[in-house]
Design a protein. Structure first.
Length: 256
């Protein structure tokens, strides 16, 4: 099985398991990844997912051996992305736990995630620049939006690897851990997200993701509409009541 799923409380850990090829993704693996995330999105008990790779590497991108043999992943204008879930807009957050290499399509998978927790020696890069393999899983779109045009062009044009403090400074890595600790750090971060009032967090997340294609007036209107639904649900009043009773005073959120 090239994709494993492990339940962890309110979370699911989805692991790309092809260590012999540094978790490179062929067509069956792409299909399995897409199915795993569809199942996660439909599961009301699972509030967040962590995406990682087996045996110390996140993902080396598309399986170039399969590409060379004419068995490469399909690139179509609609339907699923070549690597599986990269065209999906999920209703819940996904956190990437990055060890080793997240390069080429592996970088694109990491960019698709909401947040990235990376080991200090993990490497992000457009390594496919060397082999004439284009970015077709959102890399040319998400990378500039995430880290800015200048940093993105540096990576896209040169294919150089980025790691450690530079990755965090750019915004590629949201959190850094010691080598071997990225999965633990990602699970810990995901667990933090599951403890927040969910309707509000997910509403704000959707507004932030979907505002890119809207003008300012439309984006602000959408934010207000989504926020109004949260308020009508009662979640906001309940949170205000908790605050009024003393929770979270003086910046102490340990009991929330």
């Amino acid at each position: 099985m090239s994709v494993r799923q492990e339940k962890h409380g309110d979370l699911v850990i989805i692991t790309i398991d092809r260590p012999a090829v540094r978790n490179a993704i062929d067509h069956p693996t792409a299909a399995a990844l897409a199915e795993a995330f569809r199942a996660f999105d439909a599961n009301r008990q699972q509030r967040a997912a962590v995406l990682t790779g087996a045996d110390g590497h996140f993902c080396a991108g598309a399986d170039l051996k399969a590409v060379a043999e004419g068995r490469g992943n399909r690139v179509t204008l609609d339907g699923e992305g070549p690597l599986g879930p990269t065209r999906m807009l999920l209703n819940k957050p996904v956190i990437a736990a990055v060890e080793g290499h997240a390069v080429a399509g592996g970088l694109e998978l990491a960019l698709w995630c909401d947040l990235r927790v990376a080991a200090r020696d993990a490497v992000f890069g457009v390594y496919c620049r060397r082999w004439g393999v284009p970015l077709v899983d959102g890399g040319t779109v998400r990378l500039p939006r995430l880290i800015g045009q200048s940093h993105a062009m540096d990576m896209i044009l040169t294919g150089r690897g980025v790691s450690g403090d530079e990755a965090r400074m750019m915004g590629l890595a949201n959190r850094l851990t010691e080598p071997g600790e990225a999965l633990h750090g990602a699970v810990e971060l995901a667990e933090q997200l599951t403890r927040f009032p969910q309707r509000c967090m997910l509403s704000d997340r959707r507004s932030a993701i979907t505002q890119w294609s809207r003008g300012m007036d439309e984006a602000l209107s959408q934010e207000a509409l989504l926020g109004r639904e949260v308020i009508k649900s009662g979640e906001t009043v309940a949170g205000a009541a908790r605050f009024n009773s003393g929770a979270g005073r003086h910046g102490d959120f340990s009991d929330i």
